[in-house]
Design a protein around this ligand. Structure first.
Ligand SMILES: Cc1cc2nc3c(=O)[nH]c(=O)nc-3n(C[C@H](O)[C@H](O)[C@H](O)COP(=O)(O)O)c2cc1C
Length: 183
């Protein structure tokens, strides 16, 4: 699987999470590309089987300013079926703990992304061993979510494609699935 990890981090907590997720994905044999979100071309997410997007929260549940451009560019293309899992560090005692993740999740859903329904929010003061364990668990679960659907779709399509009775239907189904992916 080709996995992308994009993140923004000011004091390093979200970056550590990104590194933990990266190490886990490498350990299970994925091709991993990691980059800061403020230098990412949003369209590039389409090239990956699964993307992890991480960001911290600022200013009463707001997006960090380094994520603004990424957020605004989301409107400029069709992202139907592009899979993402969201994570970030915050202060879980705040009224809007890790609120930026919710803002980005809503926006990405509106833009057609398939957003993993679990998100990973870790408190700024979490001990390192706890953070690593949670990041690895989250990465494993997200990967399993990301690959299941692909395998299922491929299996159905492949079986139909290999049966002359269903070949035309398979072709049409493939087009429909690409336009309206199952969420
Ligand atoms: C001025 C300020 C405002 C913050 N507002 C929030 C907030 O509304 N919600 C939250 O969960 N965390 C908030 N935080 C905490 C940061 O998100 C937290 O320190 C996080 O670990 C920073 O991530 P980073 O180390 O990746 O930069 C705030 C921090 C500062 C300094």
């Amino acid at each position: 699987m080709k996995v992308f990890i994009g993140y923004v981090s000011l004091s390093g907590n979200t970056e550590k999470m990104a590194v933990n997720i990266k190490n886990r994905m490498l350990a299970v044999g994925c091709d991993v590309y990691m980059e800061r979100l403020d230098t990412v071309e949003v369209e590039a997410l389409k090239e990956f089987d699964l993307s992890f997007i991480g960001l911290y929260t600022w200013n009463q549940g707001g997006l960090p300013y380094e994520a603004n451009e990424f957020y605004e560019e989301l409107d400029q293309a069709n992202f139907h079926g592009v899979k993402v899992a969201l994570f970030g560090a915050g202060d879980l005692s705040q009224p809007k703990p890790c609120g930026a993740i919710n803002i980005l999740s809503n926006k990405m859903k509106q833009c057609g992304f398939a957003v993993y329904d679990r998100v990973l929010k870790i408190d700024q003061g979490a001990p390192a061993h706890d953070r690593v364990r949670q990041c690895e668990d989250f990465a494993d679960r997200a990967l399993s979510w990301g690959s299941k659907r692909k395998k299922w779709r491929y299996l159905v399509w492949n079986r139909m494609q290999n049966n002359h009775k269903y070949r035309k239907t398979a072709y049409l189904l493939r087009r429909v699935m690409d336009d309206y992916p199952i969420k």
